[in-house]
Design a protein around this ligand. Sequence first.
Ligand code: HEC
Ligand code: HEC
Length: 272
Amino acid sequence: MTTHLLKQRLLLGCIFVFSLVALAFSSIQPPVQAAAAAQAPAPATDASAAKQGEVLFQQSCAFCHGRDAMGGETGPDLTRSKLVLGDKTGDQIMAVIHEGRIEKKMPPFPFATPELRSLVAFIRARVVAADAQKGGRRGVDVADLQTGNVEQGKKFFEGAGTCSKCHSPTGDLAGIASKLKGLELEMRMLYPRDVLSKVAVTTRDGKTIAGKLAYLDEFTVGLRDADGVYHSWSIENVQYKVDSPVDAHVEMFPKYTDDDIHNLMAYLQTLR
Ligand code: HEC
Ligand code: HEC
């Protein structure tokens, strides 16, 4: 037990030092991509965590989920798992690993939090890689695209799906099905790409600066203003509010049933 705790402390220490280094680096050269994963640690840390996670994954998970996490004989493709794709914080993934799914024949793995986090980082890196490889195939098969019910889809769009809060079939989504086809449309619906969050930062003297969120971790918030100039602040010194419209999509992930997705797709495909 004590050695375990010690190991955990050591690991935490390493991660802390590492994030300091990452932070120092990031203030010289702000990462532009951070916005998409606003609450994730700095990209440099992610990459090193993913490396550690890869080692663990190959030891403990690969024989069921495949070396690339894309599915093996007894474990599902994690790069297409709704649970994985919808889990912004990593908590759900970590819970599955820690507790297992005994009734479905996945054993529990009593790893410590840093190890669990490294596994999450590896799985996420695999999602990105698999996506690039498969041209963005996410979660559903082509054959499923034509099986939905248009009326049900419309109902979901206006009701439970809350899509009409931000979209209109005669406004921004008019003609969407002519622009985007099949899986491309589905992928964009499930997980819009390249949409930067906005952020408004209010400094102690009451000045508010707004722009596109360019960096966020537990110490620093950074944005790019309308002229493309990067500004950053120590979080202690400012108030900030992030507006991330795409979160609505990510939050829907665990809530959709397969039928909801098929019905929505049927409906969206009528918007030509
Ligand atoms: C003995 C085979 C086996 C091993 C080893 C295994 N898993 Fe699994 N895992 C499964 C099965 C089977 C499921 C699907 C359970 C279900 O259908 O609910 C699963 C589900 C999952 C899920 C949830 C996917 C979802 O969409 O619900 C995650 C995340 C996961 N495994 C990660 C891991 C990680 C990380 C490891 C290694 C630490 C691991 N698994 C080791 C068999 C395994
Ligand atoms: C909180 C606001 C919000 C909600 C709710 C929302 N979306 Fe979106 N959606 C967005 C934003 C922002 C984008 C990115 C728009 C862009 O790229 O121009 C987007 C993109 C999309 C796209 C891709 C459009 C394109 O031109 O690439 C589709 C399709 C879509 N959403 C469908 C849906 C559906 C279906 C729902 C309901 C299940 C939904 N959205 C709920 C804000 C929202």
